[in-house]
Structures are given as C-alpha cells and as structure tokens.
Design a protein around this ligand. Structure first.
Ligand code: FAD
Length: 279
C-alpha cells in the first residue's frame, strides 16, 4: 500500500433545504477520514451552476477543501470564463474538468467538443491556478470507437494539463490494473484514482451502469437480482464485494479511492471500518 493514500468524496448539489442540512451531516461524518477534497458535480449544460457553487462554498466555510466539477458541453468560451473567474474570486484552486453529456433538446456541443478542449482552455486562461482532475474509463467510455482510441484521447486530455484522473466506477479490479498498465505504456504518468460506487439500490445501479458503460459482472448481477427488495441483503453483499475490491486495489498499488457517495455516509463509513483505514 502507498504511504500517503489520496481519498476524495463526491456529492451532488442538494435541491432542497433539507438536502443541504443532510449533506452537512454527511460531510461532517466523512471529514474525519481527512479526504484530500470533497467534490461537487455539475449538471451538464450548466443546469446546476448556482447550487453546485453554493454546495462548494458551504464545504469550504466548514474549513474543508472542495473541488467543483465543471462540464463544458453546450457552453460558450465566455460562460466557462465566467465560471472560472467566479471560482478564482472565491479562492477555489481545485477543479474536476469534464465534457458532460449533451442534455436532451440541446442541439450543438458548443465551443468545447471534448474535455481536453476544456482542460487546454483552463490552462490558457488561468495558468497553474487550478489543480485539474479529469475522468478516465478503465472499461472504455461508451462512445469511444475502441479502447485504444479512448486511451489516446485520455492521453490528449492529460497532455493538455490534467494533474490527476478519477475513474468511472467499475466492479472488476483487473480492468483498473490493465488500464493503469496501458496508461504507463503510452507515457501517462499522472495518478489514476479508482472511482468507487457503493452498492445500495440495485435498480438505480443497473440504470446508471447501463448509461455510463460500467459493467456489472454476471455473478454480481445475479446475486443482487436474487435479493429482490431485500435492501439489507443487497447492502451487506455490496459492502463485502466493494471492500474486497478496494482492499485489492490499495494492496496492489492504487494511489487512493474516490467514493461516489450519492450524498450518503453509511456505506463509506462501513467501508472505511472494514478496510481499517485511519480516521
Ligand atoms: P471526454 O474526455 O471528452 O471523452 C468523451 C468521449 O469522447 C470519449 O469516448 C473519448 O474517447 C472521446 N474523445 C475525446 N477526445 C476525442 C477526440 N479528440 N476525437 C474523437 N473522440 C474523442 N458529468 C456531468 O455532467 N457532470 C459531472 O459533474 C460529472 N462528473 C463526473 C466525474 C467523474 C469522475 C466521471 C468519471 C464522470 C463524470 N461525469 C459528469 C460524466 C462525464 O461527463 C461523461 O462520462 C461524459 O460522457 C464524458 O466526459 P469526459 O470528460 O470523460 O469526456
């Protein structure tokens, strides 16, 4: 295991005042794990610009580090420039730069076709102000023509100025290790942090996974299906499975973990206890 593991926790911006309160509690519980940062997602097409910033500022007001996500699909250069300036004015120095997916009804991709265009623009406009994280796909992005194309596009994004990458979630550690080997082979040297999705609600997970190209291996799918509405059994099995995978990832050299928390603390707290990670 590496000496200094890099942990981060992802939230989405809450829509209600109850959601804001709940997220404060969740964040309070997870802060004791000393994450490098909490990240907050950004709706494609800028749909959550204000609530995402509000959530980021709320985390920072508690003395913690927060990284807003920023997606560029459908955006103009000026609108991205405005967001970057807003972040800079608030002293935000860390950003997760993404392409996003074109929302239905939006016809053109705008000024930025790919996340690499956004990374290059951020560097042009703000130099080294931001530490930039980007997305990576051990099981290949669903729109990529081939795994090799996707890897080379990832390299373009890294060469444009990304400092680190966070992967799409996966349930197969071998896919991650093979991807990291491929990255090294083509000269990608930045840390690639595995993105981890705790298992809570099978129907939702199946829907997400279908959309984002994350494979749920057959044996896991069959097990989860067999539990039907028995949420406790789904969670218990999910925790066993995710714990085993994370232990293997960390023991075999993964630089840390990024948890897609879905704004819940329980699964992450249980995972930390099982893994025996420090508080
Ligand atoms: P890109 O890196 O641009 O890749 C997208 C596709 O284009 C890939 O298939 C790639 O191979 C291809 N491509 C790239 N460059 C080229 C090129 N030059 N020529 C041809 N093809 C190319 N979405 C949100 O809307 N908001 C979020 O907050 C958000 N957070 C995320 C966080 C993480 C850690 C991850 C993994 C994903 C997140 N997403 C988010 C989802 C993400 O926006 C989608 O997966 C999206 O489809 C791709 O975004 P990207 O930044 O990886 O795009």
């Amino acid at each position: 295991m590496q000496d200094r593991l890099l942990f981060s926790f992802e939230f989405f911006p809450p829509k209600t005042s109850e959601g804001v309160e709940k997220l404060r509690e969740v964040r309070g519980q997870l802060a004791s794990f000393a994450p490098r940062f909490f990240s907050v997602t950004y709706g494609a097409g800028g749909s959550t610009r204000a609530p995402s910033l509000a959530a980021v500022l709320d985390i920072r007001a508690a003395g913690l580090t927060a990284a807003p996500h920023l997606s560029c699909i459908g955006a103009t250069q000026q609108s991205i420039r405005d967001v970057l300036q807003e972040y800079q004015q608030h002293g935000i120095r860390h950003i997760v730069a993404l392409r996003g997916d074109l929302p239905s009804g939006m016809a053109t991709s705008g000024a930025f076709r790919y996340a690499s265009d956004l990374v290059a623009f951020i560097r042009e406009e703000t130099g080294d102000w931001f530490e930039i994280e980007v997305a990576a796909y051990p099981e290949t992005h669903p729109q990529a023509r081939s795994a090799t194309d996707d890897l080379l596009h990832f390299k373009t994004k890294v060469d444009a100025g990304a400092d680190m990458a966070i992967t799409q979630y996966f349930f197969n550690a071998d896919a991650y290790f093979a991807f990291v080997d491929d990255c090294q082979r083509v000269g990608i040297q930045i840390p690639v942090i595995p993105g981890i999705m705790p298992i809570g609600n099978y129907a939702q997970l199946a829907r997400f996974s279908e959309a984002c190209g994350a494979e749920i291996p057959r044996w896991i799918r069959k097990k989860l299906e067999s539990y039907q509405d028995d949420i406790d059994s789904i969670r218990a099995f999910g925790l066993d499975m995710i714990t085993d995978m994370c232990r293997r990832l960390l023991e075999q050299g993964a630089p840390g973990l990024h948890i897609y928390t879905m704004n819940q603390a329980a699964a992450t707290v249980a995972l930390w206890q099982r893994l025996g990670l420090p508080r």
